[in-house]
Write a protein that binds this ligand. Sequence first.
Ligand SMILES: C[S@@+](CC[C@H](N)C(=O)[O-])C[C@H]1O[C@@H](n2cnc3c(N)ncnc32)[C@H](O)[C@@H]1O
Length: 263
Amino acid sequence: MLGWSRTFVPRSPARSPPISNRHFEDKGADYARYRPTYPPALAAALAGLAPARTHAVDVGCGNGQLSVLLAEHFQHVSASDVSADQIANAAARPNISYNIGSAENIAAPDASAELICAAQAAHWFDLPSFYAEARRIAAPKAAIALITYGVFSADGPAAERIRQFYWNDIHKFWPEGRKHVEEGYAGFDFPFAPIAMPALKIKRDWTAADFLAYARTWSATKRAEKAGRGDILQKFETDLLGALGPKTRMKITWPISIRAGRF
Ligand SMILES: C[S@@+](CC[C@H](N)C(=O)[O-])C[C@H]1O[C@@H](n2cnc3c(N)ncnc32)[C@H](O)[C@@H]1O
């Protein structure tokens, strides 16, 4: 039995994220159901960076979208998220310990993790504090990887309407951190020896209903609704169903960007 195969107690109580970052607190079940998941090749490429396969840490893990894939490669995965609702809806595995906690106060022992990851989450973190914690828990020659999937493209008759929805209708409702996702984290301060990573993609064949359910998990659509602009989503729904009907599937593709480095 590994020393860390239990839920760690953080060194001090996890700090709450700033109010502006609380976009995931009441949508854990929808998030688990409607967000795209990663290709197994991503976890294989990440595991290939680690000097050993005993302990990986997934910070801002959501429902465990990446954690479950890492669990195929590592003896143990410590996965954490500030949102209790995300953790309550996380995918259980015998070798994953989930806990509620922040990237700025990671519940893992010093020098214990050979791989430290954050998938579609680092743009919410206080990066200097997260990096300090990552350095504390990094085992010798460990790797760090920040993964993001950027702006999708769609094919078929609804492609242009979807593009307009993203860039014209809803774009102003994204929180500021979204620009880092759109840039593939290229603008992040990343003080580690860089490691080149393969270009990977997420691909799905989705109906209009699948896409609309995904769009409803975005912080931008939630903020639009809170601002009294639910009509934007309703109009988009009408147009998308008009273009595709209920059954036609379209190919949606997201490019995956990875900033990877060694400590
Ligand atoms: C877009 S979701 C990504 C979830 C999952 N990793 C994935 O790839 O789908 C971002 C997650 O980061 C979490 N988060 C935001 N700020 C955080 C912080 N400072 N520390 C830990 N988690 C945080 C949110 O609660 C949310 O679950």
